[in-house]
Design a protein around this ligand. Sequence first.
Ligand code: AGP
Length: 608
Amino acid sequence: MCGIVGYVGERRAAPVILDGLRRLEYRGYDSAGLAVLAGDHVDTVRRVGHVAALLAAVPPELEGTTAIGHTRWATHGGVTEANAHPHLDATNRIALAHNGIIENHTTLRARLEEEGFKFRSETDTEVLVHLVHKFYTGDPEAAVKTALGLVQGTYGIAVIFAEHPGVIIAARNGSPLVVGKGNGETFLASDPHALSAHTREVVYLEDRDIVRIEANGWTISRMDGGGVSRNVEVLGEEWAEEGRGDFSHHMLKEIHEQPESLARCLRGRVVPELGGARLGGLELSPRDIASIRHITVLGCGTSFHAGLVGAAAMEGLARIPASAEIASEFRYRNPVIGPDDLFFAVSQSGETADTLGAVKEVQVKGGRVFGVVNVVGSSIARTCGHGVYVHSGPEIAVASTKAFTSQVAAMLVAALSFARTRALGPHEGKAFGDELLAIPERVGEWLASEPRSVMDAVDLCSKGRFVFFLGRGVSHAVALEGALKLKEIAYVPCMAYPAAEMKHGPIALIDKGTPVIVIVPDDVMRDKTLSTIQEVKARGARVIVVHTAGDTHAAKVADISIPVPRASTLISPLLSVLPLQLLAYRAGLALGRDIDRPRNLAKSVTVE
Ligand code: AGP
């Protein structure tokens, strides 16, 4: 969603800001703007649409060396230039960009209007810049602090003052901000990715931190007083600057990166000599593992689907009762949490507000929650304190692909490590671990020889009115994930069901030619799923079957057959999801969609 970039140094700031905003485009936004300190005033340029439109509008004479920029994903007020950030105070001498939501903005606005402040936008944010102006008596930090003392809600803000060239004041509460250390220059961003061209040395701000940023450093204090120092962290290699390479879209590149991202996720964690696995970040002794009573895996969207596979592995392999829940529902249902319950919060971005809210709810109730997170230093990773990084590397396309497979792999490794304590002998553990370790290569081989039938499926699905996805057990999670991909990238209406549910209602929708995609690994549920295929075929459905290579019967009942390599049930999602990712990508392409930035979506959903 919204993004913030700031720069203080000796360079012309506007190009640095524009480059940072371009790197944040993947998060999803609908307008962009920047504010540059220019002599005794602030110049702003704001545009609806892509950063390219902003770039075209920024005049070359915009010379200042202190600036802030913003990409906005509209929440309060339409997608207009007036609502785009940064917002200015009445004197045009203070500019402010904001991520998050000011919940009491209506009351604050009414009060400010009574006092004579004139509003120029419909946003919740504008109250902040007027409050900062109202309390400004020469000390920018004090003004920001006093203003923030009146607001309820979440914020990551960046503020510049014409009277203080070379200074940015930033503050965070529930919306991430990082400071980037340069050489004689300092950066600010809501996401370290924006800084990847300039520095890998970053400082993550904590909630209720306020920071004064200057070219040669920064000072952090707490909203309730007192200074604080925070460590400089160095981002890993995989987060270094990268582009699309030879791929036409980030999504395709990320699909093809899965052999590497999976290898990175598994490396050093599966230990064949022990017939088990080691996950340093979990810090659980065998005794702790033995006493776990129930595991709940929390997440949203794709991360929830990965969580379904994770929960199935915890139960099936480690024999621990487990379930997965959508984080946004969990957090408000006043869950009962026992002392021996364990939670995992799965999130690519580590910033999803619903998942973060669920983590906090678990913690308020005294529960233990581990993160299964991709973005290092993100809010969920930091709030959990312990967990597993999935090491996918940056995922830029809005549609999650390589993060899904790494999340599943990380959960399978965790399940294997628990299983060695609770259920499995060394030989069974080793067999599972060996199969996992072989997965990156098998994924690579399948991707290198993508069956032509994927294109036949694209043809059928992009012409269909809607598409059904069916599977059982973990293949139901894959069906959900395939349907989500096709919806978000190709905008094709889809439904995913556990296959046996069809006869309880949804089968009424099957008509002549309805595309039905069925995921049928050669496991204990195979024959039952094949029966469902017969039932939908009898009613005219055209069936695309994703099945185990060599399963000739499954291939024969299919109108379109897509073979994937043989794998044991719990590992099979890592292979059966591949054709569905490519199907969504290719259908989106065929229908002329904006693959990496599908309409209405944001990569990192930081509001409820
Ligand atoms: C995935 O393709 C989606 N765009 C979306 O469902 C995503 O998985 C969800 O918003 C959760 O994000 P997270 O993994 O960053 O928490």
